[in-house]
Design a protein around this ligand. Structure first.
Ligand code: ACO
Length: 328
């Protein structure tokens, strides 16, 4: 029996750090409000000349190095992002060219917002198992600072820029690597979190710019409630499907949207907070990059050991959600 393993992970955060104190000089807010409501102290912000693909490439190089593999071996490249370099073509093609991934590779983006990385994992997992591809590079990369309204204190304090990558390959061994993956979406909730303008429904114009239609709009309280409910459901379903108990999961890596969402999730699942890997204090919400950045930190800091079970749980605009169970 074959398995698909995560052979390497890597992450990149832009150099510039924007603290809560910095934000308090830009909008009417405070470190105390932001930290107590979200768990965030600071976030990274990309330079003007750094696009989504630039962040993606740096994290991909780190993941390839970790896997001891080269870009020439990649035949499936997926970029999960809500902030692509262009609306057309895919950021994956920009990454392919600059990274040196060969022309025969399949390269595309997926738009599943904060669940993008677990969506990419499931797609790569399935494709590698069929034998159609040999090595997948999946990337979650975001320059959210370009779609945040920096004069709106209800959203601008929450988000950051960054990228995380994983290299996946098939091995002839059973019971390791990705042992479960489940995805879903509830399209009824699309307008809870979205950017109204710039697409075909409301194309860019002087009016859409004047109306700030290209910036992210969010119903924070509704997202909060749905995030807790959905992440609890997918976590329970995943362990039940594999005849496990929740307390057998060594580490949960949740999408880093708000520490209070994760605290509510932990409480509902009956697990202690130290079973959840958190780094939102230093990164904010980096959407599709949040889980791979956390996964990279968890591995490097020794929080994941051989044989451990890790559960990734995500939710995001769409309203998308998903979970991945990994045996290391
Ligand atoms: N600084 C100071 N005051 C603020 C700020 C701020 N940055 N933002 C809002 N306030 C004020 C509000 O105006 C409100 O004032 P009022 O009572 O006078 O009207 C008060 O603080 C309380 O605001 P609430 O919206 O009730 O605050 P809440 O406790 O719900 O927290 C938050 C807001 C942090 C946004 C929370 O609802 C949340 O985290 N929701 C989930 C958001 C999320 O996860 N988004 C992304 C998910 S998907 C993805 O990751 C892309």
């Amino acid at each position: 029996m074959a398995s698909v393993i995560i052979a390497g992970v890597g992450a990149y955060a832009p150099e510039r750090v924007l603290t809560n104190q910095d934000l308090a000089k830009m909008v009417d807010t405070s470190d105390e409000w932001i930290f107590s409501r979200s768990g965030i102290r600071e976030r990274h912000i990309a330079a003007d000349d750094e696009a989504c693909s630039d962040l993606a490439i740096k994290s991909a190089m780190a993941a390839l190095k970790d896997a001891n593999m080269s870009a020439a071996e990649v035949d499936l490249l997926i970029v999960a992002t809500a902030t692509p370099d262009y609306t057309l073509p895919a950021t994956a093609c920009v990454v392919q060219h600059k990274l040196g991934v060969p022309p025969h590779a399949t390269c595309f983006d997926i738009a599943a917002a904060c669940s993008g990385f677990v969506y990419a994992l499931e797609i790569a997992y399935g494709q590698l198992l069929t034998g159609r591809y040999k090595c997948a590079l999946i990337i979650g990369a975001e320059k959210l600072s370009t779609i945040v309204d920096w004069s709106d204190r209800t959203t601008c304090v929450l988000f950051g820029d960054g990228a995380g990558s994983a290299v996946l390959k098939k091995v002839e061994q059973s019971g390791i690597g990705i042992i479960g993956s489940d995805l879903g979406a509830d399209g009824e909730l699309t307008e809870y979190l979205y950017t109204p303008a710039g697409g075909s429904r409301c194309p860019a114009s002087a009016k859409t710019v004047a109306d700030k239609g290209h910036f992210l709009k969010m119903k924070g309280k509704e997202i909060f409630k749905n995030a807790v409910r959905v992440m609890e459901t997918v976590a329970r379903e995943m362990v039940e499907q594999h005849n496990l108990r929740l307390d057998q999961i060594d580490l949960v890596i949740p999408h880093q949207a708000n520490v209070r969402i994760v605290e509510a999730l932990a409480s509902n699942l009956g697990l202690p907070m130290d079973r959840f890997f958190m780094n939102i204090d230093r990164f904010g919400n980096t959407s599709s990059a949040s889980i791979p950045i956390a996964l990279d930190e968890a591995r490097r800091s020794g929080r994941i050991k051989p044989g451990d079970l890790t559960l990734l749980v995500a939710f995001g605009a769409g309203f998308t959600y998903g979970s991945t169970l990994i045996r290391w």
